[in-house]
Design a protein around this ligand. Structure first.
Ligand SMILES: Nc1ncnc2c1ncn2[C@@H]1O[C@H](COP(=O)(O)OP(=O)(O)OP(=O)(O)O)[C@@H](O)[C@H]1O
Ligand SMILES: [K+]
Ligand SMILES: [Mg+2]
Length: 696
């Protein structure tokens, strides 16, 4: 027989950001955003953002005051018209800059969608008919359940599950990874295929799993384009808060007018509008949606596709991270290293029993056992036609081969094989426990091998902890996130790996039901749980978790159940995604703090200047030239701070692995204090430029 070697992806993968899609054409992006920002001035769009809608109304009112400075009974002082025009212009710029921020964020998503769409070429598919013949159809005509044959050089016409054949597939169109991936039927990690990828050797029979237009790539396109984008719960809460603040300031300004009149310094309407806009949280109001869109985009740049912005945000709130051992914490190619014989058997006896017990086992473990046995024993003979394979299941934790004359070859977790041998009336070799311990203490997985009631020996499956994983767990701990390793492996192996990798907790000998139970237990304590997995047996747990990251190489079931899919099939990406989610929340918090601190500072910067006539001049500590120059400087600062902060909103604030409390303190210090000081310096500077330029 031929043993196919799997092409394992470079474990861990590059940590750095890696764009799999075409870099958006910067120039085209900004040109599109420029025009889009005008289109977004449509009041039906602006009204969705209450803060900006107030500024928009202010723009219209001040424009009317340009046409007729005496409108609303305002005193028609000299120079009022040109002052109103300048205020109107700054208000307009404020709304336009906010629109531009959103348009740039959306544009980056659109560029990704275009790159994805390019992979969606129509192809001719060869569909199998009920009669077993082959007919040619266009790929959009394929329905869920159809079966197609795809040969070397042909494109896979739609998403599906391999039901026959083994072939290597070039998935670079969606993953950017140039190494071909081996696909075959009946495997948890290699049976699902994606439309738009290309078969490069051999032939596959594929059962289609998605209706036209509902495939994986279609959903990705809708998401990055923002067609399905809806505000996340946190975003809605913040929008409401900003609207309430806006209302409070509206009332404050309305009551200011009579006071000013009483003090003998009646305030013109344009001044009141400007004062209002200076006070309401325009900075965060203008950048809020760009921050959210950019978060989705950053996740996509990591080759992770999220099904909603809510999922990305939930990542930022995660308290517990549930990871499996094999492939996530360890390299995953858990390969047979050696055979240990027991009870006086010869090593060749063990190798032969292990070879037969693994012959039908398609898992990487099974294949590596066959390879090791053949390398030790050379060509072996056995009467295969009269045998049946017994598949591995996570519940029995065994697999094997039955012969027609009633012999049962089994291999599996040591306690599972002990139970099996006992059930067939056998006894347990005295040296089994020593072999079990020896392997487990190395962090390896021991598999016992038996024929019927006789345990022959132990297979040492070697697994290596990924480099750098310990540092990542340390980082997570500093963020206050608890890591739990869940494994089907025995307690001793699990404890060795857990200690070496530095996870906070571990659960060994876990069945699929245990995985759900662990997640539910955490959730019942009010914790938000993220989990990563690839197998069909992980699907229920992925669905139960608040954030479920499925591997693209995993089964369709796991991908459907998850709310995120990693195209590179690197389970440690979950750590990156949590970081991005946290960064999204922190960015929003930091800019909200900055925005509100700014508004408070602006208030104290410009209010005294307004009361110069009323004898409050001594309060004008900043020495601003005139009330008008003070107001105009404040308005210009208010408008310009939005584009100044666009890069930060899109890139996210610099992230440090700290707990929520430490981050809050840090942000209050940097963005709160910075937000209080910046307006004084900037307004003073702009004020002197205005005075020197003589525009007022
Ligand atoms: N192909 C196989 N044949 C027989 N037994 C196996 C096979 N693969 C694994 N086992 C045994 O079953 C146990 C459970 O394996 P499984 O792959 O379900 O673990 P898991 O729950 O996915 O956890 P993890 O992947 O983190 O180790 C393993 O520890 C091993 O003892
Ligand atoms: K403001
Ligand atoms: Mg597993």
């Amino acid at each position: 027989m031929s043993v196919l070697s799997r092409h394992h992806r470079a474990p861990g993968g590059p940590r750095s950001q890696r764009r799999h899609l075409a870099q958006p054409q910067r120039q085209g992006l900004y040109r599109r955003a420029f025009f889009e920002a005008f289109r977004k001035l449509d009041p039906r769009q602006v009204v969705r953002n209450p803060v900006m809608f107030v500024v928009w109304l202010g723009t219209v009112l001040t424009f009317l005051l340009v046409l007729d400075p005496g409108l609303f009974g305002s005193s028609n002082e000299p120079g009022a018209r040109s002052f109103n025009a300048l205020i109107c212009l700054t208000l307009f710029l404020t709304v336009w800059f906010a629109n531009a921020a959103e348009a740039i964020a959306e544009g980056r998503g659109k560029a990704q969608a275009d790159a994805l769409r390019a992979t969606q070429t129509q192809t001719l598919a060869r569909r199998l008919t009920a009669g077993g013949t082959v007919e040619s159809v266009n790929s959009p005509e394929l329905r869920k359940g159809d079966r197609v044959v795809v040969a070397a050089g042909e494109m896979i016409p739609a998403d599906g599950e391999v039901i026959a054949g083994v072939a290597s597939v070039d998935e670079s169109a969606i993953t950017g990874e140039s190494a071909p991936v081996l696909k075959e039927a009946g495997s948890d990690v290699a049976s699902s295929v994606t439309g738009g990828t290309r078969v490069i050797s051999d032939q596959l029979t594929i059962q289609i799993t998605s209706e036209p237009g509902k495939g994986f790539i279609d959903r990705m396109i809708q998401l990055v384009e923002g067609a399905k984008r809806s505000k996340t719960p946190n975003e809605i809460a913040l929008t409401v808060l900003l609207a309430v603040l806006t209302q409070i300031f509206l009332i404050a300004i309305a009551t200011l007018s009579p006071i000013a009149t009483y003090l003998g310094s009646p305030t013109p309407v344009a001044t009141l509008i400007a004062l209002l806009v200076a006070l309401i949280p325009t900075t965060i109001g203008g950048l809020l949606s760009a921050i959210g869109i950019a978060g989705m985009d950053r996740v996509a740049q990591f080759n992770v596709i999220a099904t909603s912005g809510r999922a990305v945000e939930a990542c930022g709130d995660i308290n517990t991270l549930v990871l499996d051992k094999t492939g996530t914490i360890t390299l995953g190619n858990r390969l047979a290293d050696s055979f240990i014989s027991l009870a006086g058997r010869s090593p060749a006896d063990v190798a032969r029993a292990a070879w037969i017990a693994s012959y039908f086992d398609n898992t990487p473990e099974g294949k590596s056992i066959v390879r090791l046995a053949e390398s030790q024993l050379g060509q072996l003979d056995f009467d295969w036609p009269s045998t049946t394979g017994i598949d591995f299941s996570a519940r029995t934790r065994m697999s094997g081969t039955d012969t027609s004359d009633g012999q049962e070859f089994r291999k599996g977790a040591v306690d599972a094989i002990k139970g099996f041998a006992r059930s067939r009336g056998g006894s347990i070799p005295a040296d089994l426990d020593a072999a079990f311990e020896q392997i487990s203490r190395l962090g390896g997985t021991p598999l016992a091998v038996c024929i019927d009631s006789e345990i022959y020996g132990v297979i040492y499956l070697k697994d290596i902890i990924k480099t750098g994983i310990r540092e990542r767990f340390d980082q997570l701990r500093r963020m206050g996130i608890r890591t739990v390793m869940l494994t089907g492996d025995n307690h001793l192996t699990a404890s060795v790996i857990a200690a070496e990798a530095g996870v906070d907790d571990f659960i060994a000998e876990a069945t699929p039901e245990d995985k759900i139970a662990v997640i539910q237990a955490e959730q019942s304590q009010g914790k938000l749980v993220a989990m990563t997995g690839d197998g069909t047996n992980d699907a229920p747990a992925l669905a139960q978790a608040n954030v479920g990251l499925a591997m693209n190489s995993g089964t369709q079931a796991a991908k459907e159940a998850a709310n995120m899919v990693d195209l590179d099939s690197d389970p440690t990406k979950l750590i990156d995604v949590v970081t991005i989610g946290k960064q999204l929340l922190i960015t929003r918090g930091a800019l909200t703090t900055f925005s509100i601190a700014n508004d408070v500072a602006k208030y104290f910067a410009i209010l005294p200047a307004l009361f110069i006539n009323a004898g409050l001049a001594p309060l004008n500590v900043m020495g601003l030239a005139t009330p008008r120059s003070a107001l105009l400087a404040a308005m210009l600062y208010n408008a310009l701070i939005i584009p100044a902060l666009i890069p930060l909103a899109l890139k996210g604030v610099k992230f440090r692995p700290l707990t929520a409390n430490e981050l809050l303190q840090r942000n209050l210090l940097i963005y709160g204090l910075g937000g209080l000081i910046a307006p004084f310096l900037a307004i003073k500077a702009i004020d002197s430029v205005i005075v020197r330029s003589g525009i007022l």
